[in-house]
Design a protein around this ligand. Sequence first.
Ligand code: AMP
Ligand code: MG
Length: 504
Amino acid sequence: MMIEPPVNAVHLDGRLEQLPISNEFAGLPEAFYTRLSPTPLPAPYLVAVSAAAARLIGLDPEQARRDEFVETFTGNRVLPQSTPLAAVYSGHQFGVWAGQLGDGRAILLGETPANIDAAPQRLELQLKGAGATPYSRMGDGRAVLRSSIREFLCSEAMAALGIPTTRALCITGSDQMVMREMPETTAVATRMAPSFVRFGSFEHWYYKGRTEELRVLADHVIERCYPHLREAARPYQALLSEVAQRTARMIAQWQAVGFMHGVMNTDNMSILGITLDYGPFGFMEAFDAHHICNHTDSQGRYAYNVQPQVGHWNCYALGQAMLPLIGEVDDVHEALATYQTEYTAAFDAAMHAKLGLATREEQDGKLFDELFAVMQKSRADFTLFFRRLGDLRIDDPAGDAPIRDLFIDRAAFDAWALQYRSRLRREASQDDQRHEQMHRVNPKYVLRNYLAQVAIEKAQDRDFSEIARLLAVLEHPYDEQAGNEHYAAPAPDWASHLEVSCSS
Ligand code: AMP
Ligand code: MG
């Protein structure tokens, strides 16, 4: 493993002991959380570490080899300045008010300075699966190795795709078993984000009728994550508006890479507009606009094509919760109206980039719709299609074979390609330049379910090497990566019936 110097100036030598920990969230009134220590796990071991995530907080990735690191990020050992706590929140689950939820198995250790895009920030560190809390309800407070690997890999993959997300520092495992559909071993994933506050954190106080707590929470979020809104004429309305816009942009990015979250409950919606709580997520493979990635979601509430509307619905739930702060219903509506505008603009821009179009034409929306219809009819592989489309040469239709091969109805593709070519000609598009631009936005490598499954099955046999290999591939999703092409292949037959559910 290459050791690169830590980027973080505040951090002296990259050692765990030097990690400065504080906890701003612990400064909120006690009603917001319960202080408690993680519950230790027997004989933990390192399963995976993200060197990139470690470097974000100035931690030398080599530290992960140390027992102290494993003990710390399993929750067996608490760093001296750490004030661990579990936060309370509520939420709407599958459209229904679910009442109080909370960190049922997540424990916030505190926060540490981080260098993100060279801008100093603070990242909270949270252990997921570190034992029961007062908010565990019927749960055991644990996470299984399988779901922890999925969350770890997808967080880091999304970050590399350029999509706002929580990060994952590491996974530790233990041979301790917990019961799901069958007994499975447990793991702890360490997540990082500027804040883990959710839409449901606001709903919690709204439904209790506690406007003062609502205000304290909103002020905390503004202070910490939206400091530029402090001076706004109406800061709470501005906050809602900005959250709606960030959420819209995030979901437009999900749609553009075919990412499906699977459980867009309001307790899983980040107040920062970052992807949060990876469970039964999926990346679109054979294109079906109505695809449901979560086996538990029998109604398709969170199907791929519904995600943008659900995002809007969730923002309404947040708007409702913020009404006592904002005051006027019309002002709430005004803030929420930004969602649709922002989503449409962001998705439209993403589609233009995906097709390598530099200009706008009135009929472009129709071109996109027709493409999705053709893909739908042939169940074309989403990732492979957009990637290969970048290889198209305007004056060489015969060279389309690798793209055409993705379609059962080749004539339908040819008809669409004819329109696409004339569209490209109208803006005098240059093949090589367009190819390069398209490859920068259409990833070659995404976390297909079967790839995660291979890594999981090996890990369940105590071989963690595939997680590291897959992580290395997913960290460079837009690169060709000679020798790794098989990671771009569609699911083999054995994986065609893989199902993921809320069980985690
Ligand atoms: P999720 O569907 O994973 O977003 O979880 C919804 C709620 O259930 C959250 O409050 C979680 O903390 C809680 N939860 C999920 N699994 C467990 C578990 N095994 N033990 C305790 N709480 C859990
Ligand atoms: Mg959740």
